[in-house]
Design a binder for this molecule. Sequence first.
Ligand SMILES: [Zn+2]
Length: 161
Amino acid sequence: MSTTTFARAATPKQLAFIDRLRAERGLAAYDGPALSTRTASAHIDELMAMPRPRVERAPEAFTGAPVPSEPGVYDLEGVFYYAIPTRNTGKIWTYTITAEGKRGEFFGGMVKLRGARRLSAEEVSALAIARGHTYCILCSRLLTDPESVARGIGPICARNY
Ligand SMILES: [Zn+2]
């Protein structure tokens, strides 16, 4: 009978926990030397101490589709959003569009629009008219000029889109 003592191998539970912690931190599955219960525990501590990046939980975030960078109106799986740069910093924020054509729910940066399709100026106009918007879909200003109302977009926005 051998009296040599070997370090006990890490438990399946430890290994599964390590994989989960690594995935949450954007790391590939562990493929280093075989872990003992002790070294696995140390690695778990190390991983727990690492900051966990904020993960976008929306399913579209995992499709690998590109995140758009241009302001405009976007179609994401049949829901329309608009992306508009802030006046102060120029950072582009994403909102839904209300029934009137104004800014709706706020979604933060453009990562929300991963895989979304940017509408052409004609499509934006058609959408605004179809939905009967009373506000410019691009800047949330009330449309007053009959020509703008017919187009669904204000004159400056129509020129710049
Ligand atoms: Zn406008």
